[in-house]
Each structure stands twice: as structure tokens, then as C-alpha cells.
Design a protein around this ligand. Structure first.
Ligand SMILES: CC(C)(COP(=O)(O)OP(=O)(O)OC[C@H]1O[C@@H](n2cnc3c(N)ncnc32)[C@H](O)[C@@H]1OP(=O)(O)O)[C@@H](O)C(=O)NCCC(=O)NCCS
Length: 341
């Protein structure tokens, strides 16, 4: 019997009149998300509709492509310029966002990468970042064949909060809302403490730049990006803090009460004494008191202190992405030391 010729995936710019109504089915096709949705009490159809709407909205201002095979959407990719990252690192950077292929449709990835990289080169970008579901080993292989290199594994956790929890911080720790006078000390603590970050792991990004990006993010959180900032004091000294974000659009669309723990950090001199645990318990109580019933967060899988802290506090592992970088210049891959020199 003659072999059936495989149908190649057709990759082209998104057209909302053609694609918008087909996006939810693409988001619904990822069975690997079922556990997360169960843990977080998220309705898969509402989530798919929300994500589809977000992609359609973003597509009005950023290049977005879909892959289609036999009349079905099987892949998605978008290109975004990272302006403030570029300013700190000293060269133009971008991100391939929404990078996904439906289960069993990995071979749509290569033509999507080719198109996104072509657009990035035309935009004169030097560096791209991207992430893909860690379940998708085949896609990861394709990314490495296309000279993308892994820079970290990002894990997602979620915990349901106990509405009655009223933990006052133990271990002599006091936890209070942040004040504008805390700023310099909080930035100092953040700067000395946060090394477990895929930006820092990328050999092409200068260490000075990645630290400046992180510092700016913390400043943005203190300036209002974070809905809550909790400060930990020990014997009158500020020794740590936690930033909480609120995904308002997501909560409104899904009817959820999710808060996002963006960052928890302790000053270097008080780490390793269990204070992280006391701080997290106090923050759980405060976040629950402000009306949220769960917290979700992301961290790097190799951040053992953070992962074990969350495990001790009942967090469930709900997702895992592999994060990649791609250097688009002709020069070869540099080592971290060469890049920072
Ligand atoms: C995350 C952080 C707040 C934890 O605070 P901490 O009180 O110092 O945490 P600990 O050192 O007590 O470690 C927490 C848990 O991880 C374990 N742990 C720490 N380092 C570990 C390692 N290298 N390997 C395995 N387990 C480790 C500890 O044993 C502890 O588990 P246990 O309570 O079951 O004994 C602190 O490490 C920090 O400020 N890190 C830098 C900022 C950061 O990465 N934040 C998270 C990003 S979202």
C-alpha cells in the first residue's frame, strides 16, 4: 500500500476572523494541564476562553503566528520585544511567547521557529527567550536542533489557603505591610539574595544586566505592581519581604480568588534558620484575610530552599516549563564568564 504523505503544517500570521474562534480548542487540547486545573478549581473551558481572548488581544500589537494542519489549529507563537531587558543588557532582546504545539503536533514547531526567528532578525534582535511545556521532550529536542539552549526549569506550584488561618509569625518575626521608607533596605536584600533565576543562568546575558533587570522588577513591585508587599522584621531589623501580585483579569474571567506570590526573600545573614517558613505562614494568613483562597507561584526547579519551603507548606506541583535562550548573532555561544567579562 502506498505510504500516505504527511500533511505539512501551514504556518502563517494569525487572522482573527479566521483563528479567534479556533483558539480555545487549541488551549483545551493540553491534557497535561488537567491536574493544575483540578488543584486550583479552574474551569478548563473558561480558562481556554480567557487565554484565547488574551492571545487575540495581544495579536493586535505583536506579531503572532498560528500553525494549522487539516483545518485544525495545532500551534501558536508570538514575538515580543523586551525593551527594558534590552536597555539593561545593552543589546536588543525579545521573547517568543505563547510557544506551543498541540499534543502529537511537534513538527509544527520547526516552521514556527523559523518564521519567528526570521522576524526577530529583521527586527535586529540579538537574543530571544522562550519556554515550552517540559512534558514535550520532542519539542525540546527540536529547539536544541535550532540552536536554542536550555537555561532553567520553571516549576509552578499552588496551595489552597485555610480561611481560618491566623498565624502570627513565629520565631520572633514580625510581619507588617511595607512603607516607602523600606525601599533601600528591601532593594539591598533582593540584590544580595536572588541568584536562582533563568536570566542569570543564560550565558549570553551579562550578569550586571540581569541583576539590574531583577532590581528594576522589584522597584516596579514596590511602586504598585505588587498588590501587597509584606516586610519581615526580626529584633527591629528588616530581614526579608514578600511581594504578592493579583491577576485581576484572570480572577474576573474565571471567578477565582487567586493571589500570586511573586517573590519571597530573606537577607543572606538570616537564611537557613527556618525564618522563611515563619514568614510564609504569616503571609498565608494575611493573604487569606484579604479574601484570596489560594496562592500560585513559579520558581526555578533547582532553587532547593524555595521548592522545599513550598513543599513543607502544602504546595502542589502543578506545572513545569523548560526555559530556553537563543543567541541570534553570528558569534558562537559564549560561556557565562566570557559574556560577563
Ligand atoms: C527561599 C528562602 C526565603 C527560604 O528561606 P530559609 O528560611 O532560609 O529556608 P531554609 O534554608 O530553612 O530552607 C527551606 C527548606 O529547604 C531545604 N533546603 C535548603 N537548601 C537546600 C538544598 N540545597 N538542598 C535541599 N534542601 C534544601 C531546607 O532544609 C528547608 O527544608 P526543611 O524545613 O524541611 O528542613 C531563602 O532561601 C531565600 O531568601 N532565598 C533567595 C530568594 C529566593 O530564591 N526566593 C524564592 C524565589 S520565588
Amino acid at each position: 500500500m502506498p505510504k500516505r504523505r504527511p500533511v505539512r503544517a501551514l504556518v502563517r500570521p494569525i487572522a482573527l476572523d479566521r483563528d479567534a474562534a479556533r483558539l480555545p480548542a487549541l488551549f483545551r487540547s493540553f491534557d497535561s494541564k488537567a491536574y493544575q486545573q483540578r488543584v486550583q478549581g479552574i474551569d478548563p473551558d473558561r480558562l481556554a476562553a480567557f487565554l484565547a481572548e488574551r492571545v487575540a488581544d495581544a495579536a493586535k500589537t505583536q506579531l503572532t503566528w498560528t500553525a494549522e494542519r487539516r483545518g485544525k489549529l495545532v500551534g501558536l507563537a508570538a514575538l515580543q520585544t523586551s525593551h527594558w531587558h534590552s536597555a539593561h543588557c545593552g543589546f536588543p532582546m525579545g521573547k517568543v511567547t505563547q510557544l506551543m504545539t498541540a499534543p502529537g503536533e511537534h513538527d509544527a514547531l520547526a516552521p514556527m521557529l523559523a518564521i519567528a526567528e526570521g522576524a526577530a532578525r529583521r527586527a535586529k534582535l540579538h537574543h530571544l527567550a522562550g519556554r515550552i511545556d517540559a512534558h514535550d521532550f520532542h519539542a525540546q529536542e527540536i529547539l536544541t536542533q535550532h540552536r536554542w539552549y536550555p537555561v532553567g526549569t520553571s516549576v509552578k506550584f499552588a496551595v489552597r489557603l485555610d480561611p481560618a488561618s491566623a498565624a502570627d509569625a513565629a520565631e520572633g518575626l514580625t510581619v507588617r505591610p511595607h512603607r516607602s521608607s523600606d525601599r533601600a533596605r528591601l532593594l539591598e536584600i533582593a540584590a544580595q539574595s536572588h541568584e536562582e533565576n533563568h536570566l542569570h543562568f543564560d550565558p549570553h546575558l551579562p550578569s550586571k544586566g540581569t541583576h539590574a533587570i531583577f532590581a528594576q522588577w522589584v522597584e516596579m513591585c514596590l511602586d504598585g505592581q505588587a498588590a501587597q508587599v509584606w516586610v519581615a522584621e526580626l529584633g527591629g531589623e528588616t530581614v526579608g519581604f514578600v511581594t504578592i501580585l493579583v491577576p485581576r483579569a484572570l480572577n474576573a474571567a474565571l471567578g477565582t480568588k487567586i493571589a500570586v506570590l511573586d517573590f519571597i526573600v530573606l537577607a543572606a545573614e538570616v537564611k537557613g534558620r527556618g525564618l522563611g517558613s515563619a514568614l510564609l505562614a504569616a503571609v498565608h494568613a494575611k493573604v487569606a484575610q484579604s479574601g484570596f483562597d489560594q496562592i500560585e507561584l513559579r520558581t526555578t526547579a533547582t532553587n532547593f530552599a524555595a521548592v522545599n519551603l513550598y513543599a513543607r507548606h502544602g504546595y502542589r506541583l502543578t506545572g513545569c516549563d523548560q526555559v530556553f535562550g537563543r543567541w541570534l548573532r553570528r558569534e558562537g555561544l559564549r560561556t557565562r564568564a566570557e559574556a560577563s567579562a
